[in-house]
Design a binder for this molecule. Structure first.
Ligand SMILES: Nc1nc2c(c(=O)[nH]1)N[C@H]1C(S)=C(S)[C@@H](COP(=O)(O)OP(=O)(O)OC[C@H]3O[C@@H](n4cnc5c(=O)[nH]c(N)nc54)[C@H](O)[C@@H]3O)O[C@H]1N2
Ligand SMILES: Nc1nc2c(c(=O)[nH]1)N[C@H]1C(S)=C(S)[C@@H](COP(=O)(O)OP(=O)(O)OC[C@H]3O[C@@H](n4cnc5c(=O)[nH]c(N)nc54)[C@H](O)[C@@H]3O)O[C@H]1N2
Ligand code: SF4
Ligand SMILES: [Mo]
Length: 680
């Protein structure tokens, strides 16, 4: 029985999860005496349905954990060692301002490189005062290409990023194709809608080198070799055109370039594409037939197909299928890609008054740190953990190790990147500040609000970049100052009534009733409102032409394709500091047998770029010839402190300058060091 003394004042605050995940969950956060005691899903966003993922339920372990950064600090000891001593904010900010001034005077503004990606992924913590600061400084610009660049180019070229099918309409489909996506880990709230469709009789196709949880339940699973989606999709196009399944009326009325696409698909017979992808031609034919004849048919394109040399053309070919097959115009038909553009929020004004400067592709960070001209002298990392999430990790670490580089890392926890900082700044989390969270899975735009006070001296991005604007004499009249003003400024720039609605009730009314139907309520946003099946400018950009296939980079020395997909433990590398079971490289039994390896062995995964030492898991749920390590590992998770990115080349995708994470080709052997007897 509760007595008066045992009742501790407890209250619940409603907010939203802004992390880089398509679901954008609405949260109920329980607070007791100024500390968060529980985080759970609410029903404010119907998609959340009262539950959230296990990792964000554990977010308090990050908030109050030993890795949390509480004070600004300067490096003591060698770079990478992670030894720091506390300084005041005033001292930290004046040091940064001084170093930036110095670099700009001596080496030019472009010697300053801001480096950031999603972080809290909302509209407030990036592309606001940070962008203003770096543009006015004349710093190098960053091409944010580590994710979604190829799919973004494809979706823009084909459809002008037309809004796409949301989770709620998946149950309307009679055929669902999950193409290189694993929502069971990377967007868990989609899964019940797929199951509902299956209950209603829909067929499920999964195209993935791994037997993902959904692949296990699929009617057809094409376990393709990574990087071969382009031939697979082109073989389906060929079939549609050749066997009378192409929707001629739709093609004439709503598309251009169909003939060029047909020509490029022509060489890809089922047999040839299947051989390239390592699947049975009959299975590929069965998929093509099922797709041609089902309605509504829905393709959910994930981010697996984009992360290789053919990623742009592959995404184009996949997303073009519903146009050629005539799958639009019905609820539950068409495609799903990122919906982040669906709110039509224009942020191109940011820094547009400043002259353009050098554009650095973020996937080549190591390269620019080593060989940049002008050299990078000040690196300012925020919303990102480059030391583990960027290709060619060894080169990135060599760059971060440069004694003449002044690195600032603005972070929530002591990440592997923060360990390389000359100066670390503590950042608030989404539970300690405001955020405007825009979903890219469904259509939701919600306000996140501070639930508790900031830990230690942590400060929000807006405050820190705003303060630097002042200290560098770059502040102009009308610039918002501090987090609250910045938020009001962002709200005032949102289209239509969105800003007012968010101020009033914390959420904006989604466009198209939140459930767009492609070619019924939403149409392509291309200049001529048609689907552009063959963008000439992309044909000129792609090294092998648009829809041109570049062969597998495997060699006899490095025959295995290494992939590193999203795991349920982290969001990219966020939350990787939490305890987890031992990390293992997954390998098919045939590949293990051929190397005399078995479950639990210490192995060395290597190529010319580097090696990763870890433990082996053997299982049939990955296709032979492909091995897998989780995305988002920290250096502490492997025996030698390297992650999958130590094996990933910094080459770029055919379109969009994207990362080729899944073009890593490797060999695996027993780890001679680890198996040496102790005391060597
Ligand atoms: N739990 C969790 N959720 C996340 C994230 C996370 O790290 N953890 N990350 C978030 C972010 S940043 C993103 S971008 C999304 C990504 O979400 P997803 O679209 O699911 O992307 P990935 O996990 O990269 O890969 C998806 C699937 O593609 C397969 N795959 C790999 N290479 C290929 C290929 O060449 N072809 C095909 N057909 N399949 C391939 C992989 O085996 C994997 O099952 O998830 C977001 N959600
Ligand atoms: N091998 C391999 N590597 C990959 C991928 C892969 O599939 N394979 N996937 C790639 C993909 S899809 C993505 S999106 C990238 C993501 O790579 P990153 O952009 O590095 O993402 P995270 O690892 O989540 O790191 C984000 C950091 O931002 C910090 N942060 C969050 N909110 C704030 C804030 O408000 N202020 C400040 N100052 N900091 C904040 C977090 O604490 C976290 O450490 O990783 C890529 N890396
Ligand atoms: S990470 Fe995704 S599933 Fe987890 S709480 Fe956030 S939005 Fe929801
Ligand atoms: Mo991503």
């Amino acid at each position: 029985m509760k007595t008066a003394t045992s009742v501790v004042a407890e209250h619940t605050v409603a907010t939203v999860c802004p992390l880089d995940c398509p679901d954008s969950c609405s949260l109920d956060v329980t607070v007791q005496e100024g500390r968060i005691t529980a985080i759970d899903g609410s029903h404010a966003n119907p998609i959340t349905g009262g539950y959230i993922c296990a990792k964000v339920r554990r977010f308090t372990e990050r908030l109050y954990g030993a890795d949390r950064l509480l004070y600004p600090a300067v490096r003591k000891g060698p770079k990478g060692a992670g030894t720091f001593s506390r300084v005041s904010w005033d001292e930290a900010l004046s040091t940064i301002a001084e170093r930036m001034r110095e670099a700009r005077e001596r080496w030019g503004g472009e010697s300053i490189l801001p480096y950031s990606y999603g972080g809290s992924n909302g509209l407030l913590t990036q592309d606001t005062s940070d962008a203003t600061l770096f543009r006015r400084l004349g710093a190098s610009r960053l091409a944010r290409t580590v994710c979604a660049a190829p799919t973004g180019v494809a979706n823009l070229a084909l459809y002008g990023k037309m809004p796409s099918v949301v989770y709620q309409d998946f149950p309307e489909a009679k055929l669902i194709v999950i193409w290189g996506g694993n929502p069971s880990a990377s967007g868990i709230h989609l899964v019940p809608y797929i199951r509902e469709a299956q209950r209603r009789g829909a067929r499920l196709v999964v195209i993935d080198p791994r037997t993902t949880p959904l692949a296990k339940q699929a009617d057809i699973h094409l376990a393709v070799r990574p990087g071969t989606d382009l031939p697979v999709a082109l073989a389906v196009h060929r079939h549609l055109f050749e066997d009378g399944h192409a929707d001629r009326a739709f093609l004439t009325a709503h598309t251009r370039g169909a003939e060029r696409l047909r020509e490029r698909a022509q060489p890809w017979t089922f047999e040839r594409a299947a051989a390239e992808a390592g699947v049975a031609p009959d299975a590929l034919r069965a998929f093509a037939d099922a797709y041609a004849t089902a309605s509504p048919a829905l393709i959910r394109c994930g981010w697996g197909p984009e992360r290789n040399r053919n990623g742009g053309s592959a995404s184009m070919a996949i997303l073009a299928l519903p146009a050629v097959a005539g799958k639009f115009g019905v609820r539950g038909g068409g495609y799903t890609m990122s919906n982040s553009a669906s709110w039509r929020i224009d942020r191109t004004w940011i820094g547009s008054e400043e002259p353009p400067t050098r554009l650095v592709n973020m996937n080549q960070l190591g390269r620019v740190l080593e060989d940049g001209d002008p050299p990078v002298k000040v690196l300012f990392v925020y919303n990102n953990n480059a030391a583990v999430t960027t290709p060619d990790q060894r080169r990135v670490l060599r760059g971060l190790d440069r004694e003449d580089l002044f690195t600032v890392v603005f972070e929530q926890v002591m990440t592997d990147t923060a360990r390389y900082a000359d100066l670390v700044l503590p950042a608030t989390t989404f539970l300690e500040g405001y955020e405007i969270a825009r979903s890219y899975g469904t259509l939701s735009l919600r306000l996140g609000q501070p639930v508790v006070d900031a830990a230690g001296e942590a400060r929000p991005n807006a405050d820190v970049f705003g303060e630097l604007l002042t200290r560098l004499d770059l502040r102009r009249e009308g610039d918002p100052s501090g987090e609250l003003e910045e938020m009001l400024d962002v709200l005032s720039k949102l289209p239509g009534a969105a800003g007012a609605e968010i101020s009033e009730r914390g959420a904006a009314t989604p466009p198209f009733d939140g459930r767009p139907v492609q070619f019924q309520t939403v149409w392509p946003l291309t200049p001529d409102r048609k689907v552009n099946l063959f963008a000439e400018e992309l044909d000129a950009q792609a090294p092998a032409g648009l829809y041109g296939y570049r062969p597998d980079p495997a060699t006899p020395e490095y025959p295995l394709a290494l992939i590193s997909p999203a795991s349920e433990r982290t969001i990219s590398s966020t939350l990787a500091e939490l305890p987890r079971p031992e990390v293992r490289l997954l390998m098919h039994p045939d590949d293990a047998g051929a190397r005399g390896l078995s479950e639990g062995d210490a192995v060395r995964v290597f190529n010319t770029l580097g090696d990763v030492r870890c433990t082996l898991a053997v299982g049939g749920w990955i296709t032979p010839g492909t091995v897998s390590l989780p995305k988002g590992l920290w250096r502490r998770h492997t025996a030698n402190g390297y992650t999958a990115n130590a094996l990933v080349p910094d080459s770029l995708t055919d379109l969009g300058g994207g990362a080729c994470f899944n073009d890593a080709r490797v060999q695996v052997e027993r780890d001679a060091i680890a198996t040496r007897p102790p005391g060597r």
